[in-house]
Structures are given as structure tokens and as C-alpha cells.
Design a protein around this ligand. Structure first.
Ligand code: FDA
Length: 390
């Protein structure tokens, strides 16, 4: 059996950050992963350019059963702290939109930076280790298919079940339950939604994007929505999907910034001879304008359409109602909402309150960020919080 000061399970964003933090404190750290290399999700993130943080990463942009839980870690390790690290490694970056920071070059630079920092902390990184059990006779004993390792601290950084084909598992939840912690029901999040029935009127629009405001359960997002052959995607839909549950309605404002009803009525007065399809074509992408006329029940010149019908149509354009019949599931979800219940963890250190030496960080925990670099910021911040004490 090999002995360490801390064993970190999962060499993803949170695990790498935690390992380098603990290692640079002089702790003897082992970082284990079952994948063939570290940081696989970082490599594919942000379309290969890694949206590594968001400069607006304030706690109310994170979902959790305890909305205060993430405050401490996020406050102590900020987006600027990670940016300073990126700059120390001379990685060129840019802000794309809405505070989202990306590498100019490649996500690989972020993984290399983290591995470089791990090497500075003498972290022992070992991939292709399948973990078969964790026991706590005194120290923790982590049994793998390639040996048994012991340490007084174990940090679980094995992420959530989103994208199983990349090696994602619910392993962290199993360990949490084994040690008596609760798990908040995990759900796919930042995920495309599927439609059926009359909502499928939009199927013909596959590939069309529209500037929109999506709303559900008190949340709203102003970004692009994308129609797909199975339903809805695009940033505004991915964002709202994290707030959506089966049976909920999502509304989509396809004409944000405009009172569509007032605008249709004003146009009727000013240009009564204009065909409704011409007017819709001036406001919406062509194919959407064409397709939407039927469910709106409008045709012909504005002069011949009753005000009431125009008002109703306008209200629908400002708040089209969809009731998704599902989502594309964990296979396509960027992240998982839910996870290890924060009630059992210290918000300062991520340590399990009832199991000294056991820590949970990153996506495994019931903290989920918005789309746009927030989830990596949580991985970095929670990784540092545990790495400072483990
Ligand atoms: P992560 O999933 O990164 O790491 C977990 C590690 O544990 C993996 O290396 C895995 O192999 C290992 N593991 C799992 N089970 C194990 C087991 N049983 N035994 C041993 N090892 C095990 N976020 C963001 O902020 N900006 C972005 O640009 C993107 N882009 C993006 C694109 C795509 C396609 C996806 C799927 C996700 C994103 N994300 C993102 C989300 C982001 O990738 C995610 O929030 C973090 O990777 C979570 O970091 P963790 O370290 O917690 O888990």
C-alpha cells in the first residue's frame, strides 16, 4: 500500500486545481483518474478554446438547493485569480461576450497550465486507474485495479454523469451515499430540449436561430434560441433548461425589446395594405416568419385582420409557449443540476461535516453555474477551497 497526505479522485478541472493547491502547500498528493488522460472535458470545452471563467461569476448565477453555499469559495477564489494564473502562463485570451473568457489558442493550454502547476507541487498524477472501493478503517484506503493507496484526506472530484461516453459517472454520488451524505436528485442541465405534438410545428426550422428571451420558473435569459429537428437548443434554451422540470412551460419572446401587439396595431394603421407575411418577414428570420403564420392564424392584408387577432398574435410573439416533452438527457447535457447535498458539506472547505478528511468538489456537488464559464469557475474555486486544507 502506498501512502500519501491527500488522494484526489478525478483529474478534471476541480481535481487538477485541488491537487495543485494541496501539492504547492507541500502535501504529498496523488491524483487518480480512470480516463487515459487528465482534463478531457476541459479539452473539448468552449468549442476547443475553453471558456475558462466568467468575469461576472457572482453567486446568484449558480443553482443549488442552498443558494448561499457557493458564496464563500467563489468569494475567496475569483475569476480574476484564475485570470492571473492564465496570464502568468502567458496564455492569450479574449472576452467573447457576456463576460465569457476564452483562450485565443486552444483548451490544451489550460490543461498544460494545470499540469505544469501540479508538477510544481510534485503531484503524482496517475491515469487509467479504475477505483473499486473506498474504505475508512483509520485513514482512507482507495482500492484500484492497480494497487491500494492510503491517505488521511480524500477529495472526490469525479464530476457528474453528463456525457457518459467521455467517462463521466455518478461515482461521487455513490461515495457520498456510502458515507451517509444525501444526494439532491441529479438532472441534465445546459441541455437541448425536445418537443412533440403541436410544438413540432417548428420542426421545419431546424438550424434557424432567433434573438430571444426565454423564461421558466422565475429565470430569464436574453440570448439566441435555436430550432433543431428534435426541438430547441442555443444558449437561451440551454440556460433555461437548467431551471426547467418535466411538465413546465417555457416561454420564448421572439421579439425582445418590442411590444409586438402594439407594433402590429401601429403598422396596421400606418401601412394597412401591407401583407402580414411581409411584415413578419421584416421582423423575423424568413423561414420562421413563413412558418409561424399558420399557428398565429393570420393571412392577407393587415387592414383585413381584426385588432383582436393582431393583439393575440403579438402577445404570442412576445411569449410563445412551449411545453417540452423532455431533454436530450445526460448524453448531451453540458452539466448536471443537483448532486452531493451541500447541507452535509462545509462551505469553507468542502469537507463532509460528519466524515473528517472526506471532501467533495466541482460538478459532483449540488452547485451548477450558468452557461459561459461559470462551471469552470466553480470547479476552480471549490478545488482551491478543498486544496487549501486537504
Ligand atoms: P470533470 O467532469 O471535469 O472531471 C471529472 C473527472 O473524474 C474526469 O477526468 C473523469 O474521467 C473522472 N472520473 C469520473 N468518474 C470516475 C471514476 N469512477 N473513477 C475515476 N475517475 C473518474 N464549463 C465552462 O465553464 N466553460 C466551458 O466552456 C464548458 N464547456 C463544456 C463543453 C462540454 C461539451 C461539456 C460536456 C461541458 C462543458 N463545461 C464547460 C462544463 C465543465 O466541463 C464542467 O463543469 C467541469 O468539467 C466540471 O469539472 P469537474 O472537475 O467537477 O468534473
Amino acid at each position: 500500500m502506498e501512502h500519501f497526505d491527500a488522494i484526489i479522485l478525478g483529474a478534471g478541472a476541480a481535481g487538477l486545481m485541488s491537487a495543485l493547491t494541496a501539492g504547492q502547500r507541500g502535501r504529498r498528493v496523488l491524483l487518480l483518474d480512470h480516463a487515459d488522460r487528465p482534463g478531457k472535458k476541459i479539452l473539448i470545452s468552449g468549442g476547443g478554446r475553453c471558456n475558462f471563467t466568467n468575469i461576472q461569476a457572482v453567486p446568484d448565477r449558480f443553482l443549488s438547493s442552498n443558494r448561499h453555499f457557493a458564496k464563500s469559495a467563489l468569494g475567496r477564489y475569483t475569476a480574476q485569480d484564475f485570470l492571473d494564473l492564465v496570464e502568468r502562463h502567458r496564455i492569450a485570451w479574449h472576452e467573447k461576450t457576456l463576460g465569457q473568457l476564452f483562450c485565443d489558442g486552444s483548451s490544451r493550454q489550460i490543461v498544460e497550465m494545470l499540469l505544469d502547476e501540479c508538477a510544481r507541487g510534485n503531484v503524482d498524477v496517475r491515469c487509467e486507474h479504475r477505483i473499486t472501493s473506498i474504505e475508512k478503517p483509520d485513514d482512507f484506503h482507495v482500492t484500484t485495479d492497480r494497487g491500494i493507496f492510503a491517505a488521511p484526506s480524500v477529495v472526490i472530484a469525479t464530476g457528474g454523469p453528463s456525457i457518459p461516453k467521455m467517462g463521466a459517472t455518478g461515482f461521487g454520488y455513490d461515495i457520498a451515499r456510502q458515507f451517509g451524505l444525501k444526494v439532491v436528485e441529479p438532472r441534465p442541465a445546459l441541455v437541448p430540449l425536445t418537443l412533440a405534438g403541436e410544438d413540432m410545428v417548428f420542426r421545419g426550422l431546424s438550424g434557424i436561430a432567433v434573438d430571444s428571451i426565454t423564461r421558466c420558473n422565475g429565470a430569464h435569459f436574453r440570448e439566441a434560441s435555436l430550432f433543431t429537428h428534435r426541438g430547441l437548443s442555443g444558449p437561451a434554451i440551454l440556460q433555461i433548461s437548467s431551471y426547467w422540470r418535466h411538465g413546465d412551460t417555457i416561454t420564448m419572446d421572439m421579439l425582445p425589446d418590442r411590444d409586438a401587439a402594439a407594433m402590429l396595431l401601429d403598422t396596421k394603421r400606418a401601412r394597412p395594405r401591407v401583407q402580414i407575411h411581409t411584415l413578419l418577414g421584416e421582423l423575423l428570420p424568413d423561414r420562421l416568419a413563413e412558418l409561424i403564420r399558420e399557428p398565429l392564424g393570420l393571412k392577407g392584408e393587415l387592414a383585413n385582420i381584426p385588432d383582436k387577432a393582431l393583439r393575440t398574435a403579438g402577445e404570442r410573439l412576445n411569449g410563445w409557449r412551449f411545453v417540452p416533452n423532455g431533454s436530450e438527457g445526460f448524453a448531451k447535457a453540458e452539466v448536471t443540476v443537483g448532486g452531493v447535498d451541500t447541507a452535509g458539506l462545509s462551505s469553507q472547505t468542502m469537507e463532509a461535516r460528519k466524515v473528517p478528511g472526506l471532501y467533495f468538489i466541482g460538478e459532483a456537488v449540488d452547485v451548477t453555474g450558468w452557461l459561459g464559464g461559470y462551471n469552470f469557475q466553480w470547479a476552480w474555486a471549490s478545488g482551491v477551497a478543498a486544496g487549501q486544507v486537504a
